[in-house]
Design a protein around this ligand. Structure first.
Ligand SMILES: [Zn+2]
Length: 606
């Protein structure tokens, strides 16, 4: 074979190049111009991404409506009571109430009074940012003002978890400030911070460490102080008071957590799962503010260690604790029905992976986010108006979706926050263009180098392998579209205006399509959805989950029989387009499709 191209081949190569096959060169150019190694991808504003009807938008609308209609007097009641003010309205019940104990029906009240107020406020502020709904903004403004009137150190006297509740309140107030343009949120945050300071320990605590009592009126033995820094850094960014940055630094959990994680020492076993994943977001904010690589290494290593002990669904932390890796403990954990704290865990995972994706541009963080979304939180039952909530996913054989025993738990706070965040997780902005991270029917509008552009995504993914993206641009606009190709998607292919093979779609990367885009340009992406088997851990290779693309398929019924591997891999759709697959007599379906049926996450192979 000659090294020289024939004239014909050279002409064809030239034509392809001219037609826009500039992947290699484009990448070099992008590396030189737009994508310096230190670039951190930016989030789009909430209203730049509109979700088309589908499960993500439905979950958003359900939560928006629920919290828009929740009684303001009820939400404010524990704060007014603890301030000695008139407190009209009903008790909300469950964890939220001021007075602890059981009612005649046996329902528990008052675990952490008012704990999730800040999360409901945050969710409403984000809902306003998405929709521009004036009623939602007005409710945020009224809640901030009324909460502000209750702020006093008295709230924290004999209070179970001061840092835990204060952190959520901070999140609500800074979201009200920036997303709902609330005029008083910054001042209310200042007084709320003054009020809590005497009740915070000197430095970050880790469970179950016994803390010295920082105040004569407080008797806690642990508190989740290590999740504080993320929102304190954000408060510093949004409000500009140096005090918040100082508090962030003070509560970084260095010696017991970030230091060993940065050295790649696995200190996870036994730790409370959600809050320590949430702490990775504190580490990411610390990296962004302090420019200390230690925090980035800690977050990356820590999340990798979490993923190494995750279920096929992406869930982790049976009974809310991390297990020792490498000795079959994950398989042993399938005896508990409290397998994964779903809304909180998914919220923590989304935030940590979004930070790490923005910082590293490693597409595998997007893979993890996608896996978590489809297999856990999108299948959570909606919160009921009385606060009845979905909390644990149950992975034990013959498990079921159940309601949590107490009303208004932590998971009722994170679900509405996450439902608003799907859109800011779907697309991210780089200097050279747009990263498409989640595949869901939606439209992104943005300005690329002063040119108004939009990208419309349509697909039935992950039930169908085809994704279509249509571009509009006010005038021809040169930029790069980065499309996440999941690591398991061998054989992925990409068409630009109907032409295949101009750009490589390598699994585990972002495919880069750089060209001068004009209205009418389109990309079609084929992500193969192979059936795969994933053992629960290395010690139990015969206990497997069946996956199709990103979806775990759960075996319906009581305990499933043993299967041949080849039979599982040959699972067939019940009918064309069905969301049920069959293996012999047994039906399999993804988590969001499960209602009251019993199911098994893992099955035995013989
Ligand atoms: Zn929770």
């Amino acid at each position: 074979m000659s090294d020289k191209l024939s004239r014909r081949e050279a002409l064809r190569a030239g034509a392809l190049f001219a037609a826009g096959a500039r992947a290699a060169l484009g990448q070099e150019r992008a590396n030189r111009a737009g994508r310096s190694p230190s670039e951190v991808l930016r989030q789009f504003a909430y209203n730049q991404v509109q979700l088309a009807p589908g499960p993500l938008q439905r979950q958003f609308e359900e939560n928006h409506s629920l919290f828009l209609n929740l009684s303001e007097d009820a939400m404010l009641k524990p704060f007014r009571q603890r301030a000695g003010m008139p407190a009209p309205g009903e008790d909300m019940g469950g964890w939220y109430d001021n007075f602890a104990g059981f009612d005649p029906k046996g329902d528990f009240h008052g675990f952490i009074p008012g704990h999730s107020f800040g999360q409901y406020l945050s969710a409403l502020a984000r809902c306003y940012a998405v929709t521009g709904d004036r009623e939602t903004q007005a409710k945020v403004n009224r809640l901030v003002k009324a909460y502000g009137q209750t702020v006093s150190p008295k709230f924290y006297v004999d209070y179970h978890l001061p840092a835990y509740t204060y952190d959520k309140t901070v999140c609500g107030l800074i979201d009200a400030h920036v997303f709902a343009h609330d005029p008083t949120a910054a001042a209310v945050l200042k007084s709320a911070t003054d009020a809590v300071l005497p009740f915070l320990p000197e430095k970050a605590l880790t469970r179950p460490e016994q803390a010295a009592r920082p105040h004569k009126d407080i008797a806690y033995t642990w508190d989740e102080t290590y999740t504080l820094p993320e929102n304190q850094f954000l408060a510093f960014d949004r409000i500009g008071e140096p005090r918040y940055r100082e508090l962030a630094v003070r509560f970084l959990l260095n010696a017991e957590y970030f230091d060993p994680l940065a050295r790649n020492e696995n200190v996870l076993p036994g730790k409370h799962a959600y809050s320590h994943v949430n702490a990775f977001s504190s580490a990411c904010q610390a990296y962004l503010h302090l420019k200390d690589e230690k925090y980035l290494r800690a977050a990356q290593n820590g999340l990798r260690m979490v993923h190494e002990q995750s279920y096929a669904t992406g869930g982790w932390g049976p009974d809310e604790a991390f297990v020792e890796p490498g000795n079959g403990k994950l398989a042993e954990s399938l005896t508990t029905p409290n397998t994964f704290e779903t809304p909180c865990g998914a919220y923590g995972e989304f935030k940590a992976t979004r930070y790490l994706l923005r910082i590293t541009r490693d597409s595998r963080y997007g893979d993890a986010m996608e896996r978590m979304m489809y297999n856990t939180v999108l299948g959570a039952r909606p919160i009921q108006p009385d606060g009845t909530s979905f909390y644990y996913s149950d992975y034990h054989p013959g498990g079921q979706k159940v309601w949590y025993k107490d009303k208004w738990p932590c998971c009722s706070g994170t679900l509405p926050q996450l439902a608003a965040d799907y859109r800011i997780s779907a697309y991210l902005q780089g200097r050279d263009g747009v990263y498409v991270n989640l595949y869901a029917p939606s439209t992104l509008e943005w300005v690329q180098d002063k040119i108004r552009c939009s990208l419309r995504q349509s697909s039935e993914y992950p039930y169908d392998s085809r994704i279509r993206l249509d571009v509009t641009a006010a005038r021809p606009a040169p930029f790069t579209l980065h499309l996440r190709i999941p690591e398991w998607a061998d054989g992925a292919a990409l068409w630009v205006n109907g032409r295949r093979g101009l750009v490589e779609a390598a699994p585990g990367t972002f495919a880069e399509v750089r060209r001068e885009w004009k209205t009418g340009d389109r990309i079609e992406l084929e992500i193969p959805l192979p059936m795969r088997l994933q053992p629960i851990d290395a010690q139990n290779p015969d206990q497997v989950a069946l996956l199709r693309g990103p979806l775990v398929l759960f075996a319906l019924g009581g305990e499933a029989p043993a299967f041949e591997r080849s039979a599982l891999l040959a699972a067939q759709r019940k009918s064309p387009g069905s969301r049920v697959w069959t293996v012999g007599e047994v039906e399999f379906t993804p988590f969001p499709e499960i209602q009251a049926e019993r199911y098994s996450t893992y099955v035995k192979v013989g």
